[in-house]
Write a protein that binds this ligand. Structure first.
Ligand SMILES: NC(=O)c1ccc[n+]([C@@H]2O[C@H](COP(=O)([O-])OP(=O)(O)OC[C@H]3O[C@@H](n4cnc5c(N)ncnc54)[C@H](OP(=O)(O)O)[C@@H]3O)[C@@H](O)[C@H]2O)c1
Length: 242
């Protein structure tokens, strides 16, 4: 039977490319989007390429309710979920900024989606992941969420300070480590993955990688559950320090 993957924020950017590549690899793709028309359009594109892809409602601003409804739908149709890719996130661009003066509302809005939304979306789906023979939760994080990289004056990202986004990804990394602990006796692995600096709407296409390159580490991990890695933080060329 084909493996089933649910990807949030999959109507565009890295999430869409992950959906496309896993669709090509034979996964049944549940293409999560907060907007029905954008989600339907993206899923239609993948179906036109021959993938088994369908749009599902996945709104991290109402994450708990959205995931509970979706869990029911997936339970009825598939009885389990093999891979959850928590990809959806926001970066508030010029509104984000330095620790000395970034707006508290900017921190709250960013955490609402990137951290609270992701945690609330994941929890109702855990029984479906536990029901699979082997399952994976892939939290799409960022090197900017690494405390070690932020504090390293020799890192190329040392001066890239955006407190709301970076702190939300650091919190997401803590979710990875803590959830991996909770699931350590189960067949569900949990990891953080950084796609690398990729040209998407998130950064006004300033990233130096293509979406194909950005999807690499996520797609590779989704296809290699047998490695058994859990509680890790990886990128396409290796691992990151927390
Ligand atoms: N691009 C990079 O350089 C880079 C680097 C490191 C990490 N990342 C991470 O990679 C992931 C994908 O980013 P991307 O660059 O592909 O960004 P993107 O092109 O801006 O796509 C973000 C996706 O998240 C969705 N989204 C935003 N808010 C949402 C909400 N409240 N509920 C549900 N979905 C929501 C968006 O939906 P709409 O279309 O409806 O807005 C869109 O589908 C993110 O976790 C990001 O932090 C990206």
């Amino acid at each position: 039977m084909a493996k089933t993957v649910l990807i949030t924020g999959a109507n565009k950017g890295i999430g869409f490319e992950v959906a496309r590549q896993l669709g090509r690899a034979g996964f049944t793709v549940l293409l999560g989007a907060r907007d029905a028309s954008r989600g339907e359009e993206a899923a239609g594109k993948l179906r036109a390429e021959g993938a088994d892809a369908r749009y599902v409602a996945a709104d991290l601003s109402a994450a708990s309710a959205s995931a509970s409804a979706l869990a029911k739908q997936i339970a009825e149709e598939f009885g389990q979920l093999d891979v959850l890719v928590n990809n959806a996130a926001i970066f508030l661009g010029a509104e984000d900024g330095h620790a000395s003066d970034v707006g508290i509302d900017v921190l709250r809005r960013t955490f609402e989606v990137n951290f609270f939304g992701t945690v609330a979306f994941t929890q109702p789906l855990l029984p479906l992941l536990r029901a699979a023979e082997k399952a994976q939760i892939i939290n799409v994080s960022s090197g900017l969420g690494s405390l070690a990289i932020n504090g390293d004056a020799n890192s190329p990202y040392f001066h890239a300070k955006a407190l709301a986004y970076s702190a939300s990804k650091a919190a997401l990394n803590m979710f990875t480590v803590n959830l991996a602990y909770d699931l350590r006796e189960s067949k569900v692995t949990v990891n953080s993955v950084c796609p690398g600096y990729t040209a998407t709407d998130l950064n006004n296409h300033s990233g130096h990688q293509t979406v194909e390159e950005g999807a690499t580490a996520i797609v590779r991990l989704a296809q290699a559950a047998e490695e058994g890695l859990t509680g890790g933080f990886i990128h396409k060329d290796g691992t990151y320090p927390w």
